[in-house]
Design a protein around this ligand. Sequence first.
Ligand SMILES: [Fe+2]
Ligand SMILES: [Fe+2]
Length: 249
Amino acid sequence: MLKCDRMNIVRFLNEPHYQTYLKGKECSYWDKDLNWDMARNDNLNEDLKSLAVDVASMSAHVEILGMQNAAELLSQCSDFALKISLGQAVNDEARHAELFAKYATIANGYIKDFSKTQEVYDEHFNNLNTFDEVFLSHVFLENGALEQFNVFVNTFGEDSLIGQIYKGALQDESRHVQMGIQYFKRKILLEDGFSDFIYNHLNNYRNILHMNQAAIDWFSQLSGISSEQIKDRIEKRHDSFINRMIKVE
Ligand SMILES: [Fe+2]
Ligand SMILES: [Fe+2]
């Protein structure tokens, strides 16, 4: 945790996390022009309307968890630039939770129950001990969410309100992933054997952090992309996540 009596040693203007934070400030209000009148009767085919309520309800649950997780990381973080970036991420996740919850409430009257999704992640995070373990799982899940949000933007289209919400959230999430990659990249350079920690952690928890077969089949049905292709994309995303941290520029 960063102690206020040590602020005199803080140097952050050249930190890569600070540059990412500045980028985030420029898109703070991307949701201000969303047309909420569309939520009652979104610009979607009939069969996609109930699906939009389902995924918005599920996303509202997941975003609440992401917000709480980012807030816990923020309170334990001792790096000033990373701490303010996590503060910004908490605000982003609050906005995501609010927008998905608002969409489901207006379109459907209430948010559908997806509390089981939350139990799986709660159990995983409760078993982790260090800041780096929690942060790595958190960022890796966000990286996986980019794949899912992409499918939602393409399925619903940018003419729909739900598609616009996923598009905005996707931009925030890719900034969060970038912030995490920068943090771990630096740790790999500074600490011997740190890349082993990354490989081992992601391998040990692969089954929890990756989409399961049922989710893959569901996404395949939704997007028209074959299950094999989705599996392949997940593996590639896994490898590219690790490679981006290890690559020396
Ligand atoms: Fe989010
Ligand atoms: Fe995020």
